[in-house]
Design a protein around this ligand. Structure first.
Ligand SMILES: [Zn+2]
Length: 142
């Protein structure tokens, strides 16, 4: 695992320590249509587990007026819907925030139980989505 630095959450601005679970969105730009492709350096933003959970369940940004937000929303929603860890970690963060005892995934018995839960609840990681061409045809047909 690559070392990372503490970073503020994109949504709530709370500092996310390097040891904490979070999502990191990496961005890089590149030119197209030029003979030599020029690439930007990579930039990253972090999203804490609570905001990850809230973003996935929140309002969908308008794809036309906020296309980058919409793209991030779709990726976050896909990750959260494919892995119950985000909801579980958000629940742990809520309990900690209220000063209540909370399990940690580094406790061997909790980690074992959590991994067993995930194994039992394993669902297909992705759903079949229509291709872009199929989506265009469906939009035109409606
Ligand atoms: Zn946050």
């Amino acid at each position: 695992m690559a070392a990372r630095q503490p970073a503020p959450c994109l949504r709530c601005s709370q500092m996310i320590e390097a040891s904490e679970v979070a999502l990191v969105a990496d961005f890089r730009l590149r030119t197209v249509g030029l003979e030599d492709t020029v690439r930007s350096p990579q930039a990253s933003v972090s999203i804490c587990v609570t905001c990850t959970d809230l973003m996935a369940k929140g309002d969908e940004p308008n794809e036309r007026t906020r296309p980058l937000d919409h793209l991030v929303y779709e990726l976050v929603q896909e990750m959260v819907s494919n892995d119950p860890s985000f909801a579980f970690l958000s629940w742990i963060a809520l309990r900690k925030g209220r000063g209540l005892p909370a399990p940690t995934l580094i406790e061997p018995k909790v980690l074992k139980a959590w991994n067993e839960f995930r194994r039992v609840m394993a669902l297909p990681p992705v759903i079949d989505r229509p291709s872009e061409d199929e989506q265009k045809r469906l939009k035109e047909a409606s």
